[in-house]
Design a protein around this ligand. Structure first.
Ligand code: FAD
Ligand code: NAG
Ligand code: NAG
Ligand code: NAG
Length: 426
């Protein structure tokens, strides 16, 4: 079987790993010149950790830990009032033992597959056109002019996949707006920075946060909930605009936000990785058409609000590869696509659920609201640091270690040689 994957983010390389393991030949095309190092810390939930363990890459993931030691909420002067330290064994914190940057995680999967004889990566290359997608094969024209034929094509090229637009009718794809905006970038570290996730809620529905990374720099996230419809439109306009427009809007609205806002705004022009987005989910009526299937953000982007983007992509890659590995010679891949979707869609829909009041609830507009959040988070912080309370109320905090999606077992991935990063090179 020959598989073409579009996109080398999280979903693409993790799928390539399992397909290669099952003896399937994989070609991956990636639009960027090299693996994109962009992105902030991502969460890895229970089942995704199990999948990474099956790949033998858990130690690699831990090696690229962001160095974050916990989370704390701070006031306008930077003084912490609700700490959530990571303490092995019992504590519950928004910081987990598996904090890794999106870019480092992508590199872990890429490094573990790039030298495998079954896997090929082509950077600076895209699928220009799908020439045919019929009962026997899928034929594509690549941006380098080549025409190639594959057994199937996987769209793993992210939330705004252009290929998805070309292959599926508009009514098959729904974009669900979550009424929240975010900007991310990286800044130089200064001596007063610490190794905690510092979260500051300014008034007027604005939140600013700083997190450490393992590369000696600091990652900025700014989020905001619009105050009314006209305001929302202004931000949407900026999403569609260029970096200058986005910077201007941020300067206008965050200059008076307090804490370190001025330092962060001043660093935008020199940031290597500025990224500005509206929180929007992708929902598709069906993930496949003929021999083409969507995976990861392309099929079901959940937004960072859920903390599930990477986990969904990784679990999805495992199930899709597993179902493909079960196909008999000559069987149509749609059989595997349908089983993957039947098995996985209920979990995806559950994880895409975001209460509509959530963005507003954590972005206080008034000092009364902010005071309420402060009292609540201080109480939570106290509970999270008390072992017997955590034991009793462990359900209150999502238990990230348990298997949240029951992983099916696939013979192709159970025994035999491990295709981990070490064995590939030897
Ligand atoms: C730059 C960037 C930063 C991100 N930052 C965060 C973050 O801070 N926090 C968070 O929770 N999530 C972030 N995400 C989203 C997160 O990566 C996904 O939710 C999740 O990991 C699922 O990944 P994916 O592989 O489906 O999609 P992505 O990680 O988006 O990967 C898609 C890949 O496809 C490539 N691509 C796009 N178009 C084409 C094309 N036409 N042909 C070939 N390749 C193409 C892209 O360059 C990219 O490498 C970010 C994504 C990107 C691209
Ligand atoms: C991937 O490999 C490159 C080159 O060998 C190395 O510099 C990088 O640190 C590796 N990254 C990860 C996340 O393993
Ligand atoms: C936010 O607060 C401002 C000033 O206190 C007020 O005018 C505005 O109506 C509030 N907006 C929302 C959406 O609560
Ligand atoms: C479609 O392909 C399958 C094998 O992949 C074959 O069994 C079947 O007869 C084909 N159907 C048509 C209509 O060509």
């Amino acid at each position: 079987m020959r598989v073409l994957i579009s996109g080398a983010g999280i979903a693409g390389p993790s799928l390539a790993w399992f397909l290669a393991r099952a003896g399937i030949l994989v070609t991956t095309v990636e639009k960027a010149q090299c693996l994109l190092p962009h992105g902030q810390s991502v969460d890895l939930q229970g089942s995704a950790r199990k999948v990474i363990k099956k790949m033998g890459l858990l130690d690699e993931v831990l090696r690229f830990h962001t160095t974050e030691k916990g989370t704390q909420l701070i006031d306008p002067k930077g003084r912490p009032f609700a700490p959530f330290p990571v303490q092995k064994g019992f504590s519950k914190s928004p910081t987990s033992e598996f904090e890794i940057l999106r870019g480092d995680l992508a590199a872990v999967f890429y490094n573990a597959t790039k030298d495998h004889p079954n896997v090929n990566y082509h950077f600076d290359t895209t699928v220009k056109e799908v020439i045919s997608n019929d009962n026997d094969s899928v034929k594509v024209e690549l941006s380098n002019g080549e025409t190639q034929t594959y057994d199937l094509l996987v769209l793993a090229d992210g939330q705004w996949s252009r290929l998805r637009k070309m292959c599926f009718p508009p009514e098959a794809v729904k974009v669900v707006d979550k009424d929240m905006f975010a900007a991310y970038w990286t800044i130089p570290r200064i001596p007063s920075d610490n190794n905690l996730w510092n979260i500051y809620a300014a008034l007027g529905r604005r939140v600013v946060s700083l997190r450490p990374d393992p590369h000696g720099t600091i990652r900025v996230t700014i989020t905001r909930v619009p105050l009314n419809e006209a305001h929302r439109q202004e931000w949407m306009e900026a999403v569609r605009g260029d970096r200058k427009t986005q910077e201007k809007l941020l300067r206008k609205e965050f200059a008076d936000a307090g804490w370190q806002s001025q330092r962060l705004l001043d660093s935008i022009p020199t940031a290597p990785d500025f990224y500005f987005q509206a929180m929007q989910q992708i929902k598709m009526t069906k993930w496949s058409t003929g021999r083409i299937i969507c995976l990861g953000d392309t099929a079901y982007a959940p937004t960072p609000l859920t903390g599930m983007g990477s986990s969904l992509a990784i679990n999805g890659a495992y199930v899709l590869a597993g179902e493909l590995s079960k196909l008999k010679d000559g069987e149509h891949p749609s059989k595997a696509f349908d089983r993957y979707e039947a098995l996985y869609r209920p979990f995806v829909e559950q994880k895409q659920y975001v209460p509509s009041i959530l963005p507003g609830a954590v972005h206080p507009n008034t000092s009364g609201h902010r005071f309420l959040l402060r009292v609540l988070s201080m109480a939570l912080s106290r509970v999270a640091r008390t072992p017997w309370l955590v034991d009793r109320f462990t359900k209150v905090f999502d238990d990230a270690d348990s298997e949240d999606f029951p992983l099916p077992k696939y013979d192709a991935f159970e025994d035999g040689q491990t295709v981990g990063s070490d064995s590939v090179k030897s």
